[in-house]
Design a protein around this ligand. Sequence first.
Ligand code: GLC
Length: 441
Amino acid sequence: MQDSPSLVDQCTAVLEMNDRGNYTQPAHGLYPHQWLWDSCFVAIGLRHIDVERAQTELTSLIRGQWHNGMLPNIIFRDDAAYRTDRNIWRSWLNPYAPNGVATTGITQPPMLAEAIVQVGKKLALPERRSWYRMMWPALVSYHQWLYTERDPHKEGLMLQIHPWETGLDNTPPWMAEMHEHQLPVWITIIEKTHLDRVINLFRRDTRSVPIDERFSTVEALTLFDIQRRLRRKGYDINKILDHGLFAIEDLAFNSIFIRANQHLRDIAKTIREDLPEGLDASIKKTETAFEQLYDPYSGQYYSRDFITHRLLKIPTVATLLPLYAGSISKETAAKLVKMLENDQAFGTAYPVPSVTANSFWFHPRLYWQGPSWVNMNWLIIDGLERYGYKDHAAALRESTLEMVEKSGCSEYFDPHTGQAAGAMNFSWTAALALDLFKTQK
Ligand code: GLC
């Protein structure tokens, strides 16, 4: 690809526009707070502009860390205008919540280790060691919290309790389960009486983004209902599981976790730290347990219901994330790459669609049910490179950059036309496009 100052300038401008001092908001208006995995992706791009600022993006996440090690998916802005957002969650109900900072009571995919390592690559070894040492306690306690709270049966896989924890909010396997098992009676009545059309008028997200690019109102209400049930249990995992609330071992989350554990080990080696007792064995168990998500008949991995262990057999972009995990065999990786090549599956003109193109769920502009997302592409490119698929990785890098050059830093893109969809001036699109541009060989 030719030198492209306009892409770099564009991405830099978006990151500057969304800079809130010590963190970057994902997008003005729609996403005004600090999100966990967004900040990780942002740091990966920011390291090319200003390493110190990239470090701040990550250290600022620690102010939201709970005393039990959890990193929340959102740290709320301390501003009178956002009192409602803070009150919906009331994180202070849980004794482990941090003092003086309002957060949610759930997490998001563990991208922190990757972000720490990517930022570390920009530092000379002595500084890198200090950087790793600075982040080590928070990172280790986060991974320990995941093993303690999210793997209660010690099976090796992490469970999630809300679709928002996967980062792929309306991804079909979760939505199918939600429609099947989680709709409360009052929401069914709203649906039957078409009252949702009236409620549509009061939605905040659809002030920034067309309604056909977002959740349906019934889905949005159900998500808030699940959140309210979690709040009623004070975000206490034992109470949540005792009451049989939603629990899924999500494929995207667990793929990212496997890679994060590899990074954790490398960081430990670099700073000559031992992993806390038991953690090393737990990490090994996760890689083995991950294979239980594999279905030999379709040659794919899936998310799994935590209680029944039933695989949720709907292919989505998460299907390709085991490439990023890096723990799967070369033979299985080859099967996933075939799906990426297939234009009925993930091989659209502007890949990678968040749902296979031939799926019943596929809508080219509907959030995580069709559009291509730059963060998913970044993870898949990284996985392809490590499995030796250099040409596939280069082609995906190029089409991703072309999509952003053509349509700007939008939140997501129509996978057939590459047109912008969702929020405009979206931070992780800017940061990761910048990174893909700067790291091309
Ligand atoms: C949406 C995305 C989620 C992201 C958040 C902020 O909810 O689905 O992954 O973290 O926006 O950008």
